[in-house]
Structure formats: structure tokens, C-alpha cells
Design a protein around this ligand. Structure first.
Ligand SMILES: NC(=O)C1=CN([C@@H]2O[C@H](COP(=O)(O)OP(=O)(O)OC[C@H]3O[C@@H](n4cnc5c(N)ncnc54)[C@H](O)[C@@H]3O)[C@@H](O)[C@H]2O)C=CC1
Ligand SMILES: NCC(=O)COP(=O)(O)O
Length: 331
């Protein structure tokens, strides 16, 4: 059965979202992309692209026009759009596009959502109270933030940050045995369902230099990380660590695991973005709907210069199609 089209929220209208969505549509056949429609202000596409846009009133219209034009479901008017210069109206439009997209996926009118980058600071300024889109989508789906896992996946590496968008100073107090366990269990399910790995191997990073040197450089490994790993191993998971984070991402080390659980945002995202910046995908595991995103941000500095690489958006669309098929197969 063909999938319903995917809802692609355009993200911040002044970022590179509209450009990478339009470029992905241009490459739809060459890259075998599933049908999709943009959700946002069509003016943000027109500001950076001269190609054909088909305004649609509902997702069902998308499939029939997708071959000829990029379907776009209009939400709020973003006001004057200046690529590279975010605005309050633009942030409101990005927020609304996300909300509408999630709603369409929840009601089954879209096969899932692929979110173009938003400016976090801009969204916080218009009443967005979640740390990121991951937690927002989870809440709209009735899933606790603990159980919604951000995985960054590329051809060379898959990583999961255990803590996500919080200040580095807050990481030690937010890191708990329960949080590591919840993230690990959801990660294992996601690797099995979405990536076909029957018995996933998880490597766990330490928090401190050299994984704490047995307590000499910090106690989180002893008090929190190791007990979490041991309890998961007792339940049969193939999970090991805590490892010194600086030595676990080289090529030979990466062969020993399927995903790395990292203690904070940059510990996870620096290696994946170094290895797979142009084809890395941010996928939310543990949701009843499909949600993927390119691994990069709004790149305000290059918006409007036609130099944005659509590779990660294309990878996100392809992964969304695979995840949607997995959702149908496994529920
Ligand atoms: N999924 C999301 O919605 C994400 C949003 N952000 C937001 O993006 C904004 C900017 O964040 P930054 O840290 O500057 O990261 P960024 O990813 O926007 O930019 C980092 C560097 O990569 C370049 N770059 C990014 N994507 C590119 C592409 N597709 N093609 C060519 N070059 C590309 C940029 O020009 C810049 O040099 C922030 O407000 C942040 O909140 C950041 C990461 C993810
Ligand atoms: N750095 C990753 C990122 O910002 C993505 O966050 P989210 O909006 O997908 O939760």
C-alpha cells in the first residue's frame, strides 16, 4: 500500500529550511523520495526558489500534484521574509507549521513529519516552552520526554544524547539511572524496528575525562552510569561501558557497537556532525508517529545564497519513509 505523503514543516522561514525542502523536491526522482508536502508560508519558498509551487488545502491533494510541483499547505503569513534575518512573525509561522504537521500525522493524514530546522532562541521568544521539537512532538503524542529519544543517525555512526538541550552545568544533576535506562530501552527498540538490528549493541560513554578514572576525576560513572548499565545487562541487553568518550568514536571502536549513548548534547553531536554532517538524520524514537529531521540547524549565515546542501534533508525524507514502513509492520 502506498504511504500517505509526509508533512515537511519548513522551519524558520529565514533559515535554509525552505531552500533544502525545495532542492529535495527537485531531486525527488533521482533520490527516490517519498511524496511530501511543505507546511509553512509559501512565500518563504518563493523568497529562495523559482520552481513550481502548488498551494494545497489538505494533504490528500498532495499526491496528485507532487510530480509537477512542490505542494504547500499554507499556515500563518510570516510577514516580510528576509533570508538570514529571523523575525518574530517567522518564528510564529515555524511554531504553527510544526503544530499543524504533528496534528496531521497524529490523525493519519500524513505518513509522518520531517521537520526543517527552527531557531530555538526565536521559538522560545514566541512562547514555545519545550527545549526542542523532540519534546514538543513527544508531548503532543502523549509520550513523556524521558521516553522520547533523540537519535542522530548517519552512515558511519548512530548516537543518542541522554541529556539534550540543557546547560552543561545542569547535566550531572539531570543524569539519573532511570533516565539512562529509559533512553537505552527505547534505543534498543528503535534499532530493532527502524534499522533491522535484531540484537543491538550499545556503547555507553562516561561523563568525566577518562570515564572518571575510578572516581578520581568524578563519581557519576560509579554512582549513576555503571549501575544503569549493570541493571540493563542483567535484563539481557548487550550494553557496555562507561567508556572514555574521547576514544570511542574512531573507526575501529565504532565497529564494536550499533549506537553510542552519550551523556550530553555535544558529546553525541560533535562526532556525528564531524562524520556525517551532510547526510545525518535526527530521528525521534519512541513515538507513535514518524518524525525525522536533518541533523543541522537554520544556517542563517548562508540562507538566501543558494549554497545550502540538501543532503541531510534528503536523508531525513528517506529515513522517514523507512520508519513509516516499520511503524506499519511493527505498530
Ligand atoms: N533541528 C533543528 O531544528 C536544529 C536547529 N538548530 C538551530 O539552528 C540555529 C543555528 O545553529 P548553528 O549552531 O549555527 O548550526 P547550523 O547547523 O545552523 O550551522 C552550523 C554551520 O554549518 C553550516 N550549515 C548548516 N547546514 C548546512 C547545509 N545544509 N548546507 C551547508 N552548510 C550548512 C552553517 O552555514 C554553519 O557554518 C540555532 O538557532 C539552533 O537553535 C540547530 C540544530 C538543529
Ligand atoms: N542539536 C539538535 C537539535 O537542536 C535538534 O533538536 P530538536 O528540535 O529536533 O529537538
Amino acid at each position: 500500500m502506498p504511504l500517505a505523503p509526509f508533512a515537511v514543516s519548513l522551519g524558520d522561514p529565514a533559515g535554509i529550511g525552505p531552500e533544502i525542502v525545495a532542492k529535495s523536491w527537485v531531486m525527488r526522482e533521482a533520490r527516490g523520495l517519498p511524496p511530501f508536502f511543505a507546511v509553512g508560508d509559501a512565500a518563504s519558498l518563493r523568497a529562495v526558489w523559482l520552481g513550481p509551487i502548488a498551494p494545497i488545502g489538505s494533504p490528500v491533494e498532495a499526491a496528485s500534484v507532487f510530480d509537477k510541483a512542490l505542494p504547500c499547505l499554507q499556515v500563518a503569513d510570516a510577514g516580510a521574509i528576509v533570508p538570514g534575518t529571523p523575525s518574530i512573525d517567522g518564528a510564529r509561522t515555524a511554531f504553527q507549521a510544526l503544530e499543524v504537521s504533528v496534528g496531521l500525522a497524529r490523525q493519519g493524514s500524513a505518513a509522518g513529519i520531517v521537520t526543517a530546522p527552527v531557531g530555538k532562541e526565536q521559538l522560545y521568544g514566541v512562547g514555545f516552552t519545550h527545549p526542542g521539537q523532540t519534546e514538543f512532538v513527544a508531548e503532543r503524542c502523549g509520550v513523556s520526554a524521558h521516553n522520547a529519544v533523540m537519535m542522530l543517525a548517519g552512515p558511519s555512526l548512530k548516537v543518542v544524547p541522554i541529556t539534550i538541550h540543557i546547560a552543561l552545568a545542569d547535566v550531572p544533576s539531570v543524569l539519573t539511572i532511570d533516565l539512562i535506562r529509559a533512553r537505552a530501552l527505547t534505543t534498543v527498540k528503535g534499532l530493532q524496528r527502524n534499522f533491522g538490528i535484531a540484537r543491538p549493541r550499545l556503547a555507553v560513554a562516561g561523563l568525566n575525562p577518562h570515564a572518571g578514572e575510578n572516581g578520581a576525576l568524578g563519581r557519576e560513572e560509579i554512582d549513576v552510569i555503571r549501575p544503569a548499565i549493570e541493571s540493563l545487562r542483567a535484563e539481557g541487553l548487550d550494553i557496555f561501558g562507561p567508556l572514555a568518550a574521547d576514544g570511542m568514536f574512531h573507526a575501529r571502536a565504532r565497529e564494536t557497537y550499533d549506537a553510542a549513548l552519550c551523556m550530553y548534547h555535544d558529546q553525541a553531536l560533535i562526532p556525528i556532525k564531524t562524520l556525517n554532517f551532510d547526510d545525518g538524520v535526527n530521528i525521534t524514537l519512541g513515538l507513535p508517529i514518524v518524525r525525522t529531521s536533518p541533523d543541522h540547524g537554520t544556517a542563517f549565515g548562508i540562507a538566501g545564497t543558494d549554497s545550502a546542501n540538501p543532503g541531510a534533508m534528503i536523508a531525513a525524507l528517506k529515513m522517514a519513509a523507512e520508519a513509516a514502513r516499520a511503524l506499519i509492520a511493527y505498530g
